[in-house]
Design a protein around this ligand. Sequence first.
Ligand code: AMP
Length: 380
Amino acid sequence: MKLPILPGSTIGVLGSGQLGRMFAISARRMGYRVHTFSPDSDTPTGQVADVEINAAYEDLDAVRAFARAVSAVTFEFENVPAATAAAAAECAHVRPSGHILHTTQHRLREKAFLTSAGFPLTPFHAVRTLDDLDAGLARFGCPCVLKSADFGYDGKGQVKLSAPSEAAAAFDSLRGAGSSAEAVLEAWVEFERELSVVSARAADGSTVHYGPMNNTHQNRILDIAVSPAPIDPRVSREAIAIACGVLEALDVVGVLCVEMFLAKTGKLLINELAPRPHNSGHLTVDACVTSQFEQQLRAVCGLPLGSAELLRPAAMANLLGDLWANGEPDWAAACANPWAKVHLYGKLEPRPGRKMGHITVLADTAAEAERLVRAARASL
Ligand code: AMP
């Protein structure tokens, strides 16, 4: 494929959730057409794409037909099977490339890569048997956290262990959840805060970075992201250097998020990688010159990256399905703050814990933005 792929061309997105929706909105704004592929219909991405294809990721003929109809394929969901990415790559330019998905869709492979490349990460122990689990518990003590090696997101497939006696049942429950028998035991990190850096890397190796964002979680799901994070500039530079190093070591062309703990010891430890735009980067849509989604588009198409400059301090609050418990939220109330930007993903069923949308507020300081975004959400 000849780069750059210019406006007027068609980009394919594997996956059909909110990340694909915001990517498609960016792409259409720049004059591209968008096709999306997933097993579902009337999806967040499909509602704003030109074409929505419904087929299983395992249907490789359908994947090839989808890829033949577009100039480039990207992902909004990193857990597509390796064979799906390979089939797409037979017919179209695919970024990020399959080896990055392969590494990041399995916690043990990801941690093995990070360790061998010398990046700082949460201490971990590979668990394939109960003996491995005992050895890990002897190493870290409790509390610690057992995570399935594959298909984990938003805290799914993980159990915090308060006592060694809970370990065997937890290991069984992860295996029973349908994932492979492989798991990772992690030491519990006493952290000062959670940070993330969202970085984009272009085909020519140039990079831009957002953040670090300061992230707070509720029930292991991201709740609030704030930028700039209230941290020492030295920590900020170090976090960006780590993220930049990860994108270079993986040879990413696209967007990748590095989630980190700032431990109470002052050390930064990588928690996990996401090879795509990230929930903590949603505030870039309203607060930055170029959003994380437009950077993904530019990187995939071989265009120069845009400025990642933060125009104003910002805070983002996620809107989970729980907010619908008493009926439709009061959107007019959230809009009463003229700086509040309401984003809804077009999901039809507001289940508890499901990400339905988010609100971003810009203000003079990050602390004020956080106060206002919490107030806007509370007014719903
Ligand atoms: P994850 O899905 O691995 O990102 O975990 C979800 C959330 O659980 C993280 O953002 C943390 O808030 C918490 N968490 C996960 N692993 C650890 C750990 N090893 N130590 C402390 N907190 C953790």
